[in-house]
Design a protein around this ligand. Structure first.
Ligand code: ZN
Length: 289
């Protein structure tokens, strides 16, 4: 009993402004002016970074430069002026159309920006401003890029995951959260797990279920989160993937032969593990005891 309380306290994070345990994000957001300022800044930063992630999502699969040329309308290729390139706001003001040609702009652009803004806000509120937060924001940006490229092209770009693995290991050397040993074990467990499942599925079902991209992605997740949370990420991803696949096949949206990209589920599992993993793992141990 004592041990359970101790581990609960260890996982409870205190607010940096008022030293209260961070239990309710919304309550803290409203109560503290300092938090409101931090929150607004992190959302704005997230929206701006999200705008750059859109560039990565659309150019990485084509092997194009991420810097040049400047953003262009996907329909008429006319460069987008700065005041038409304000994250989310420009899309809303222009009614989702290009100012020049009136062509439709995909809602995915503002969606990626809003999602990134939300992830930045959650990370700042949950982990406070610190070195680990900077590494975690880079990790989450990688997950956003991987998710939308995999949804669109059914590939997980090595350009994101391969640098992500050493970055996660370096982060663990600097922040010690998770410990370097835990991070290295996480990368190995992540890669090994997907590899074993992929080999098993190929032998058992005579079809490719996961690829090398998934191996690298789960290795990256393991390097950033450690071995416990990479196991949890994988479990959550498989559960969510199986539920959604069954639902889509049952409703006739997909056939049994369609391949559903697994990257977005791994990314979702990692995000849930990052923000709620400690609580979920504690809860699971208490169930077993
Ligand atoms: Zn246009």
């Amino acid at each position: 009993m004592k041990r359970s309380n101790g581990s609960k306290r260890a996982h409870q994070r205190a607010c940096r402004a008022c030293d209260e345990p961070v239990l309710s994000l919304s309550k803290h957001l409203v109560e503290s002016v300092m938090h409101t300022e931090e929150a607004i800044l992190s959302v704005v930063l997230g929206l701006i970074v999200g705008s750059f992630l859109n560039v990565c999502i659309h150019r990485l699969p084509k092997g194009e430069s991420l810097v040049r040329p400047a953003s262009r309308c996907p329909v008429c290729s006319v460069p987008i002026r700065w005041y038409d390139n304000i994250p989310v706001l420009s899309f809303v003001l222009l009614g989702g159309r290009c100012r020049g040609c009136g062509g439709r702009i995909s809602w995915l652009y503002p969606a990626v920006e809003a999602l990134t803004g939300m992830l930045f806000l959650l990370t700042m509120l949950r982990f406070g401003l610190g070195v680990r937060t900077i590494f975690l924001l880079a990790f989450l940006c990688g997950l956003v890029v991987v998710t939308f490229i995999d949804l669109d092209h059914q590939i997980i770009p090595h350009a994101v995951t391969l640098p992500g693995i050493p970055l996660g290991l370096i982060a663990s050397l600097i922040t010690r959260d998770p410990s370097p040993r835990d991070a290295a074990a996480g990368a190995l467990v992540g890669a090994g797990l997907v590899y074993l499942v992929a080999v098993y599925a190929e032998v058992a079902f005579q079809r490719e279920s996961m690829g090398g991209g998934d191996v690298n992605l789960l290795a990256m997740i393991g390097a950033f989160l450690g071995w416990r949370q990479v196991l949890l990420s994988f479990f959550l991803a498989v559960s969510a993937g199986a539920c959604l696949s069954l639902l889509l096949i049952a409703t006739g949206v997909l056939s049994r032969k369609d391949r559903i990209p697994f990257g977005p589920f791994l990314a979702l599992g990692a995000v849930v593990a990052l923000f709620g993993g400690d609580g979920l793992i504690d809860w699971y141990w208490r169930l077993l005891r």
